[in-house]
Design a protein around this ligand. Structure first.
Ligand code: ZN
Length: 275
C-alpha cells in the first residue's frame, strides 16, 4: 500500500484539539504546516464569523467542512422544524467561512423505529436542498457506528447512506466516510466503489479503534494505535476517485490531556506512518 509522503492532504478537525479555541487551532495548525481545517460549530458561538474568516485567509487555511448539522428525527413535529432551522443556520455559517460542506450526523429518536427515523432524515435533507443549491453548500451524510443507532444516527452503514443518497439523487448530497464508524463492515470496499461511481464521496475521516476501548465517545486512537486498516481503506477511497483531504478526527480524553502542541506533532507522525 502506498504511503503518504507529505502533508498536502492533511486536514485536522478542531475537536481533535478540543482544549484549543478556534483562533488557536487556526494559528497552531498553520505554524505546524497543516493547511486545512474542519471546524466544529460550538467553537463559533459568540464569534464574529468575518473575523474568523479573515484569520483563516491570513493563515492560508482551507476549510474542508463545517461540523455538524443533522439530528433530523424526532417524534415531536416542533422539534423537527427547529432542527431544520438550525441546519439552515449551519449552511449560512459554512458560507460565511468558505466551507464547501456541512457534515450531517443524521440523528435518531429512541421513541420511534429506525425506519421512521430514516424517513424523517430523508425528508429533512430534501427540505434543505433548495438552500444547499442556492448557497452552494454540500450536505454530507456521515454514517455512524451502529452503537450510536439509539439516539445519534439511524444511518449506520455506508450501504444505508448510499441508498439514501441514491433516493435523494442530488449533486448536493453525498457521504462522509469515517473509518472509526465503518471499518467493521464486510461490505465496505464494495460500498465505497458504489459511492465513488456517483461522485458521492465528499469527505474521508481517519483515526483508530483502540482495543480495549474504554469509552465509546472519547477513547478514539491516533492512527496506528488500534485495529483499523486505515491505509487500506484510504486506498479504496482513492481508487473510488476521491482526491480530497484526509481529515484527522480524534476524540480522546487521554490525548486532550496532553500538551496540544506536542500532540499535533504526534498527529503528523501518525498521519504519515499509519494513514
Ligand atoms: Zn467523522
Amino acid at each position: 500500500m502506498r504511503s503518504l509522503t507529505n502533508y498536502s492532504k492533511l486536514c485536522v478537525h478542531t475537536q481533535t484539539n478540543k482544549p484549543w479555541t478556534i483562533e488557536e487551532c487556526i494559528t497552531q495548525y498553520a505554524a505546524a504546516g497543516v493547511s486545512a481545517i474542519s471546524i466544529w460549530r460550538h467553537l463559533l458561538e459568540g464569534k464574529d464569523l468575518s473575523e474568523i474568516k479573515e484569520l483563516l485567509i491570513k493563515n492560508q487555511m482551507e476549510v474542508v467542512a463545517l461540523v455538524r448539522g443533522g439530528f433530523f428525527p424526532s417524534v415531536d413535529d416542533k422539534q423537527r422544524a427547529l432542527v431544520l432551522e438550525d441546519n439552515r443556520l449551519a449552511m449560512e455559517q459554512a458560507t460565511a467561512l468558505g466551507a464547501p460542506q456541512v457534515v450531517l450526523v443524521c440523528g435518531a429518536d429512541p421513541n420511534q423505529s429506525l425506519k421512521v427515523s430514516r424517513q424523517q432524515i430523508k425528508e429533512g435533507i430534501i427540505a434543505l436542498l433548495p438552500q444547499a443549491e442556492q448557497l452552494g453548500v454540500k450536505l454530507s451524510i456521515e454514517p455512524l457506528h451502529p452503537m450510536y443507532a439509539g439516539d445519534k444516527s439511524a444511518i449506520s452503514s455506508l450501504g444505508q447512506a448510499n441508498d439514501l443518497c441514491e433516493e435523494i439523487d442530488s449533486p448536493w448530497v453525498g457521504v462522509a466516510i469515517d473509518v472509526y464508524h465503518l471499518w467493521w463492515d464486510d461490505q465496505l470496499e464494495k460500498e465505497i466503489y458504489r459511492c465513488g461511481k456517483s461522485d458521492n464521496i465528499f469527505a474521508f475521516h481517519v483515526c483508530d479503534w483502540r482495543v480495549p476501548t474504554i469509552d465509546f465517545l472519547t477513547d478514539r486512537g491516533l492512527m496506528g494505535e488500534g485495529c483499523i486498516p486505515v491505509k487500506q481503506i484510504r486506498e479504496w477511497v482513492e481508487k473510488a476517485g476521491f482526491d480530497g483531504y484526509n481529515e484527522v478526527e480524534v476524540f480522546s480524553e487521554r490525548l486532550w490531556a496532553q500538551d496540544q502542541k506536542l500532540y499535533l506533532e504526534h498527529i503528523k507522525k501518525a498521519y504519515l506512518n499509519h494513514s
